[in-house]
Design a protein around this ligand. Structure first.
Ligand SMILES: Nc1ncnc2c1ncn2[C@@H]1O[C@H](COP(=O)(O)OP(=O)(O)OP(=O)(O)O)[C@@H](O)[C@H]1O
Ligand SMILES: [Mg+2]
Length: 599
């Protein structure tokens, strides 16, 4: 099936605009074919008048004849002007309907693609690069718009114009029509060939431009590293190389581009010469009038530009079909997790994992093996383990960013998969391991996810996250803008802001993934005390490398290589004198110590 057929429902949606557009194309062309006929009358009138003048030379009659003759000419000129204006007016309407329709379709499609992105699960985003996803929304939709707008408009215009002009031409003189049209297919083919050359060379330029952009972007974002390694000259030289390639490819395009216009002019000239030559013979035979030659020359000129656009329209359609195929592929992707299904229930906060295993589909790494634990509402679970032991994977399963490969996650005794994902996540306060802040004010970054938050709630949340005094020291306070054009927060400040973002939601379950790592011991203690205070009746899962963060939890899970190696309370685990006890001893001696490797 043609990928572009996906667009039919859009054409149907905007059918009124579309049909009006076609109607306007027809009307504008109607007004377009009339002026040459008036010109024919004018030229014939001039020719006849000259003969009549010669007949009545030196008589008093000439003056009256002359004024009548100029009167007619003026009338004809006025008519041509009026018809051209009308044609222009309807061309304006044609653009206003068809091009505007294409912009609406573009709007709808961007929304459709973006909505699809939002519905897809994390796995999809790991499989596709950001650049690819961006290209779908911007470039591919843009190319499809070239089809729904300009290509369709010029295409319809071409058909209507040809139908009108050729009908009129054949009525005047079929032989002359045949000769005049002869060079046009050659022109069409030539343009198609040149156009393809232009296209492939433009693509080469685009590719090089993308490389250049990526290069520059990386150089800017990595400027600290480049400067500290003293690599500026090397990068400059590399950039120059890439730039030179860009220049070379651009020059290749310029050469074909330069060929395009003269080629068109040459063929128009050829058609005109044929018209005058063959037309002259026909006139001498008395088959047509001199006015017909003038008329035909105008027709030839009217047809040439649309003929040049045939090649252009054909390549636009080809490109649009390729782009639409890519978009269709994306639209056909099925999200692993259906965002609209499931029941919406307020949670109490009971969690249990039953023999949960998770294997990352792309890397095949079994990050969790047979993990089981139970947590009552209001209890705190501490999770500790080395780097790569599966702690974040557990947090992601709990927030349902993906579903377990084996086993089940139960929340309030219901399978997590039976709950409505959006409604469930609203009740979860998740502080992910890598903090992401938006280029926006501190206020909006904290209120994120609970946009209706009042100023006092925001400052309350900031206070709980031990961030209030830091923010109030900033000149713009909560209105300070973060990110590329704003200020940069320190690692620990970012973590605290991320905590405030979760706190303000007043969730039923907290999932805090290793967000205290960049904090000094005192701040960590302060935040932990706060968290304990407001998580008193709230189920919370606190993930950390440090024993101090988890030691007061109701239950501690010790993970290693995806397996729960120990489980219990701090005192119990110390009594067991196993892995946990050894970590504790080590971290007591040297607080920043790495967790020991288990064998
Ligand atoms: N997106 C992913 N795709 C493939 N494998 C992954 C992915 N994320 C994590 N893994 C792998 O799964 C294992 C567990 O990773 P996880 O992030 O859960 O560890 P962690 O305990 O949170 O580590 P850290 O303390 O460093 O945060 C690791 O071996 C890791 O390489
Ligand atoms: Mg982690």
């Amino acid at each position: 099936m043609n990928p572009l057929s996906h667009l039919n429902r859009y054409f149907f949606k905007y059918r009124l605009r579309f049909f009006l557009g076609i109607l306007f194309v027809i009307i504008s062309n109607l007004f377009g074919v009339l002026p040459p006929q008036i010109i024919r009358y004018s030229v014939d009138l001039i020719a006849e008048s000259i003969q009549v003048f010669k007949l009545y030379e030196h008589s008093s009659f000439t003056e009256a004849l002359f004024s009548q003759f100029t009167g007619y000419l003026l009338l004809f000129a006025g008519l041509v002007l009026l018809l051209s204006l009308l044609k222009g007016l309807f061309m304006y309407f044609m653009r206003q309907t068809i091009i505007v329709m294409s912009r609406w379709i573009e709007f709808d499609m961007k929304n459709e693609v973006y909505e699809k992105y939002q519905s897809l699960s994390l796995g999809f985003f790991r499989r596709n690069s950001t650049g690819d996803l961006m290209a779908r929304v911007s470039e591919d939709v843009g190319k499809v718009r070239m089809y729904t707008g300009p290509a369709i408009m010029y295409g319809i215009n071409l058909i209507v114009l040809f139908a009108f002009v050729i009908t009129v031409m054949v009525q005047v003189n079929p032989t002359l029509t045949l000769y005049v049209l002869l060079p046009l297919p050659i022109l069409s083919l030539g343009i198609y060939y040149v156009n393809n050359l232009i296209l492939s060379r433009s693509t080469a330029i685009q590719e090089q431009l993308a490389r250049l952009n990526t290069f520059a972007q990386e150089a800017f974002s990595g400027i600290r590293v480049i400067k500290s390694y003293g690599l500026e000259p090397a990068y400059r030289a590399d950039f120059e190389l890439e730039l030179d390639e860009f220049r070379r490819r651009s020059m290749k395009l310029v050469k074909v581009d330069a060929l395009f216009y003269p080629l068109t002019l040459l063929l128009i000239g050829l058609s005109t010469i044929i018209t005058v030559f063959i037309g002259g013979i026909q006139v001498s035979k008395g088959l047509i009038s001199p006015g017909n030659i003038a008329e035909f020359v105008i027709y030839v000129n009217m047809l040439t530009w649309p003929v040049t656009s045939v090649g252009w329209v054909a390549s636009i359609i080809q490109q649009a079909a390729a782009s639409q195929a890519r978009i269709n592929e994306l639209l056909a992707a099925v999200p692993d997790i259906d965002l609209d299904a499931g029941i919406e229930v307020p949670l109490k906060g009971e969690i249990s994992f039953k023999n949960v295993s998770y294997t990352y589909p792309d890397s095949g790494i079994e990050a969790l093996k047979n993990v089981s634990f139970d947590l009552k509402p209001g209890e705190t679970l501490g999770i500790i383990g080395r780097t790569g032991s599966g702690k974040s994977t557990l947090a992601n399963l709990l927030t349902r960013l993906f579903d377990p490969t084996e086993g089940v996650v139960l929340v309030d005794n219901a399978a997590l998969t039976s709950l409505h994902p959006g409604f469930y996540r609203k009740q979860i306060g998740f502080v992910p391991q890598d903090v992401f802040l938006f280029s926006d004010t501190i206020r909006n970054n904290i209120a994120f996810g609970s946009m209706a938050a009042e100023a006092d709630q925001i400052s309350w949340a900031a206070e709980q996250a031990s961030l209030k005094s830091t923010i109030e020291r900033l000149p713009a306070g909560y209105d300070t803008v973060l990110g590329e054009r704003g200020i940069t927060l320190s690692g620990g400040q970012k973590q605290r802001l991320s905590i405030a973002r979760a706190i303000i939601k007043k969730p039923t379950i907290y999932v805090i993934d290793d967000c205290l790592s960049a904090l000094d011991t005192n701040t960590e203690k302060e935040i932990l005390a706060n968290i304990r205070r407001f998580t008193n009746n709230v189920t919370s899962v606190i993930i950390s490398h440090r024993v101090t963060s988890v030691m007061e939890a109701d239950r501690i899970l010790v993970l290693d290589h995806g397996v729960v190696v120990e489980q219990g309370q701090h005192a119990e685990l110390l009594r067991e004198n196993g892995y946990y006890a050894s970590i504790f001893a080590k971290q007591q001696r040297e607080p920043a110590a790495q967790l020991p490797e288990m064998d």
